[in-house]
Design a protein around this ligand. Structure first.
Ligand code: MG
Length: 202
């Protein structure tokens, strides 16, 4: 199982990172060992002093595909939920400065938190909205309508390079408002006002 992730897919987040909006999707991956599900707690790793929350819409693929044409993309999506793309921002900054890959900052154990799955239905998905609460106060909010690269473009692009396999996940990028978490924090993700994600930082 692979976890595809997209960087800088909301203009407001690219702006807060002082980054340009990319002209093609910015893709990276996490290994299956990055997955954290079933509302398990996240244990803050000692190798970073700045783990940031990034709330994201996450898709699960229901079948294998390669070089998928845009008009067929939606048929490959089985379900969706919210996820957290935990990011060691201090390590990522250091990698960026050196021009190094990001894996140590993005792909560590339990850096890909996922919530409860909902069956994918495109109209419902496109009209959805989501937000993240940190200790009860809202930190991030977004909607699929704000994605720079929508599902058709993302999946056409990814599948032109990588074979998509049933069960693979796609983290679609985070809106603005990312910030640090600390031990004792409580993160809750709401999709259409339904709490689908819960993660305690320990
Ligand atoms: Mg992200």
């Amino acid at each position: 199982m692979k976890i595809f992730c997209i960087g800088k897919n909301y203009a407001d987040h690219a702006a807060e990172m002082k980054s340009e909006v990319p002209t093609t999707p910015l893709v990276f991956m996490k290994p299956s060992t990055a997955l954290l599900k079933d509302k398990q707690p996240f244990y803050h790793p000692s190798f970073s002093n700045e783990i940031h929350h990034e709330i994201e819409l996450v898709l699960k693929f229901g079948k294998n595909g390669k070089s998928i044409q845009p008009q067929f993309v939606l048929g490959y999506i089985e379900s969706y939920t919210l996820g957290l793309d935990f990011t060691a921002r201090d390590l990522q900054q250091s990698c960026k400065e050196k021009g190094y890959p990001w894996e140590i900052a993005k792909s560590f154990d339990h850096s890909a938190v996922i919530g409860d799955w909902m069956p994918f239905e495109n109209q419902k998905f496109m009209n959805s909205s989501f937000y993240l609460n940190l200790n009860g106060s809202q930190k991030q909010a977004g909607s699929p309508k704000d994605l720079i690269f929508g599902l058709e473009k993302l999946i056409e692009y990814i599948s032109s390079i990588f074979t998509i396999q049933k069960g693979d996940l796609l983290f679609t990028g985070t809106p603005s408002g990312v910030g640090p978490v600390k031990i004792g924090d409580k993160l809750e993700g709401y999709l259409d006002d339904i709490k689908v994600l819960h993660c305690d930082i320990k």
